[in-house]
Design a binder for this molecule. Structure first.
Ligand SMILES: [Zn+2]
Length: 454
């Protein structure tokens, strides 16, 4: 029987050989097809990543989709953004990606597109309900195999014409980015070295998550050895990017958002740009100073994409490395396209990556800090934290608790939607203030986590 816990906020995900057995996946295929047919239509693009469990899940999912009458457009093993691209290019009614994204090799899951939006929240719960009610469409269904990579590579390459060569090292981490990136590189005027291009679902060189600094060690060494202008890494399904400057220091998603935002505002003043609650305050202050309309929003790729359409944003970015361009592109998170946009900015400026951020005020910040907290308690702990902090400060409660302490200093506590953890982050104008505010907020969280005493 399917565990309700695999139906998550942004996707369906679990341990492949425990939570996603063949019979379960057939049911998921039937329910996803039923939902898509009733809300959008029966032409469904289907892609999969290079995980060891993906061929098995692909076979079972296809069986379920077909039995509900879906017309499958099968685009094979691809990065998630190529699946998003295929849904636009082939004008399909929906799309399903079999991927464990940046999670360890034993995981797998499904990301689903219905019409123009990505399924999330209550819609994912509706998929579970269809299975519980055995409420499925029936029909013969068809399968057609299509090449989405060729039009994808051609269309992206056609956008970029680099006059000055940038020197870059890529780390595809044995994920699905490698082969597609290799074809893209050949069409671009850049000097590129490629690490771990071959796909291997065992991820033998490092885990496929560029948001974790240890996973960027190979790239860091290569950037320094090659004297490259920057290094770029991709997660397992290439919807997240990780960046290193020429010194090998990590440049997180919020700073990339700032670099891209400045370029867009130089052409389109007044644009709306979205960042998630984990982003530096500098992002919001500078984007406003440069004539933009910055909006702070919740973390989560499905939520951000929906918000972008609502407020007509040109660009959005998450601290975790999801960047979404509506400017010149289709608005979904595509780390390969993001890489091209960054190379374009460096090529035009003739300066390495660190120079793009050189004029910003100095800030002291922590990375994302994770504190274990059970799934059934994490939201209550955050609510209690909010109530306690509100006695001392006015809070921002878009997603968790963000506390603006004083000019340039803030702290965040939010419940992760993907793991049994609380995520915290701090930024301040000095190391002393960083330590002070971190100790304050951590003290409050500790109080909120303590069992109630009567
Ligand atoms: Zn991913």
């Amino acid at each position: 029987m399917l565990k309700p816990s695999i139906f998550r906020e942004y996707d369906i995900r679990g341990i492949a050989d425990e939570d996603l057995l063949d019979d379960d996946v057939v049911l998921l295929g039937k329910s996803l097809a039923t939902h898509l047919i009733r809300h959008s239509g029966r032409n469904i693009c289907l892609g999969r990543d290079c995980r060891l469990s993906s061929p098995r899940i692909h076979a079972a999912l296809s069986k379920g989709l077909l039995s509900a009458g879906a017309n499958i457009l099968d685009i094979g093993v691809v990065p998630t953004p190529v699946l998003y691209y295929a849904a636009v290019h082939f004008k399909s009614d929906g799309a399903v990606m079999i991927t464990g994204s940046h999670h360890p090799p034993e995981y797998n899951g499904l990301k689903t597109v219905c019409g123009p939006a990505t399924l999330h929240g209550h819609e994912i719960q509706q998929i579970l309900k269809l299975i519980q009610d055995k409420d499925f469409e029936e029909g013969p269904g068809t399968v057609k195999e299509l090449d989405a990579v060729t039009p994808y590579v051609d269309e992206i390459a056609a956008q970029f014409n680099f006059e000055r060569k940038v020197k870059v090292v890529f780390d595809s981490g044995n994920g699905t980015a490698g082969p597609v990136l290799h074809r893209l590189i050949k069409k671009l005027n850049i000097e590129a070295a490629e690490l771990f291009r071959d796909m291997d679902g065992g991820f033998p060189n490092h885990p496929p998550d560029p948001a974790v600094p240890e996973n960027l060690k190979h790239l860091q060494d290569a950037v320094k050895k090659d004297k490259a202008d920057l290094g770029l890494a991709f997660d397992g399904d290439a919807d997240r990017i990780g960046a290193l400057n020429e010194h090998g220091h990590a440049v997180f998603g919020d700073m990339l958002l700032l670099i891209f935002g400045r370029e867009i505002l130089s052409r389109k003043p007044g644009s709306t740009l979205i960042g998630d609650v984990k982003c530096s305050q500098i992002v919001y202050d500078k984007l406003r100073e440069w004539g933009g309309n910055p909006v702070m929003y919740k973390t989560g790729h499905s939520l951000i994409k929906t918000k972008m359409k609502q407020v007509n944003a040109e660009l959005a970015g998450e601290m975790s490395g999801h960047l979404f361009f509506a400017d010149r592109y289709y608005g979904y998170d595509d780390a390969l396209y993001t890489a091209c946009r960054l190379l374009e900015i460096l090529s035009k400026s003739g300066q390495p990556l660190s120079a793009q951020l050189a004029d910003l005020p100095r800030r002291f910040s922590t990375p994302e800090l994770r504190l274990a907290c059970p799934d059934d308690q994490k939201f209550a702990v955050v609510a209690k934290t909010a109530a306690l902090v509100a006695k001392d400060y006015s809070i921002v409660d878009i997603d968790g608790v963000r506390v603006p302490f004083e000019e340039g200093c803030w702290g965040l506590v939010r419940a992760s939607n993907t793991q049994p953890v609380l995520v915290m982050r701090f930024e301040a104008t000095s190391q002393a203030l960083l330590t002070k505010y971190r100790a304050y907020l951590e003290g409050i969280v500790e109080k909120a986590m303590a069992p109630a005493t009567s």
